[in-house]
Ligand binder design. Structure first.
Ligand code: MLT
Length: 314
């Protein structure tokens, strides 16, 4: 009967809408990837996809919600590099990253940009470096909380520059962007999926990109890399993946992974994401085993860097 039930459960899956939990505020880069992906997943998965934004604590509140959700395939998590940085940052994390999730596949890599409030008196990275140096101890750096992509990039930026800044955490970089536009904070390291539009509209100061190669998206091509601007070896790009609670039936995991592989080939998904600087992962990397291996390697890579920074949340 169990086999029959499992079989019939699969035959019906999905028989109701699937919730994608986004662990940051609506309107930010993680939310942007989720909404674009949900559009591309609808047909191959044969389901309505609902986005639920659960912000806070650098994405760990949303991740915890999914780790504790029913393992029935109707609640999944779309998260980013925070899956690999939170274990080192949160001493009483409510889940074990490698044990409490099923790995459904990687999605994309998104470069970051260093941007400033429109009134900041610096119009190039060189001028920004001088301003930061002259204002040591007075600079406000926005991020989306400990463990967020913007936090990680800001951490590396401060330690490479040897310039400690006051960090102002938000529930996502969408609300952070509002305060940057209003001049309440000075700079932010944020993903191109959130900054490209503002840069194109000339609404923020744009200083550099965080990848070692310049970007090709028209609005970003003129930005120098931090690496070429003197921060040798600076290289941060933010990967995103899909997760389900541990114990979700393998047949369901495989069905979602298969649908994800189709969605990642969707021409409209490619167009929308690439226009914002994102790079879709190759088909070979989307399998569940490689996804889990990649996250484990990233946890081991970022652990020592985070430990050296000595920032923790209890
Ligand atoms: C981050 O900094 O982790 C993300 O930009 C947060 C978000 O998606 O708002």
């Amino acid at each position: 009967l169990a086999v029959l039930t499992a079989g019939s459960a699969l035959a019906e899956y999905p028989e109701k809408p699937i919730t994608i939990v986004v662990p940051f505020a609506a309107g930010g880069p993680t939310d942007k990837v989720a909404r674009d992906l949900a559009e591309a997943l609808r047909k191959p998965l044969g389901a309505t996809l609902i986005i639920e934004n659960v912000g806070g604590a650098g994405g760990t509140l949303g991740a915890t919600k999914v780790a504790k959700a029913a393992p029935d395939g109707y609640t999944v998590l779309l998260h980013h590099i925070g899956m690999a940085t939170s274990p080192g940052l949160y001493r009483n994390l409510q889940y074990k990253t490698l044990d409490d999730f099923e790995y459904l596949g990687l999605i994309n890599e998104v470069p970051m940009t260093l941007i400033g409030r429109p009134t900041l008196p610096a119009n190039s990275y060189a001028e920004l470096a001088k301003w930061l140096d002259a204002n040591k101890g007075k600079v406000n750096l926005a991020n989306a909380g400990l463990g967020s992509a913007s936090h990680l990039c800001g951490l590396l930026f401060q330690s490479t520059l040897k310039n400690d800044m006051t960090t102002v955490p938000y529930k996502g970089t969408a609300p952070a962007m509002n305060d940057l536009l209003g001049g309440q904070v000075d700079i932010m390291c944020d993903q191109t999926t959130n900054t490209t539009g503002q840069i194109e509209a000339g609404k923020v100061k744009a200083y550099a990109v965080t990848t070692t190669k310049r970007l090709t998206a028209p609005a970003l091509a003129k930005l120098p890399t931090l690496d070429e601007s003197g921060l040798k070896g600076f290289n941060v790009s933010i990967w995103h993946g899909l997760y389900a609670p541990k114990g979700t039936p393998k047949a369901v995991v495989d069905k979602v992974n298969a649908a994800l592989k189709v969605a990642l080939q969707d021409p409209d998904f490619h167009k929308r994401q690439e226009a914002l600087g994102a790079v879709i992962v190759t088909d070979a990397r989307v399998n569940t085993a490689d996804h889990k291996k990649f996250v484990e390697a990233e946890i081991n890579k970022w652990g020592p860097i985070i430990k050296a920074a000595g920032q923790y949340a209890d």
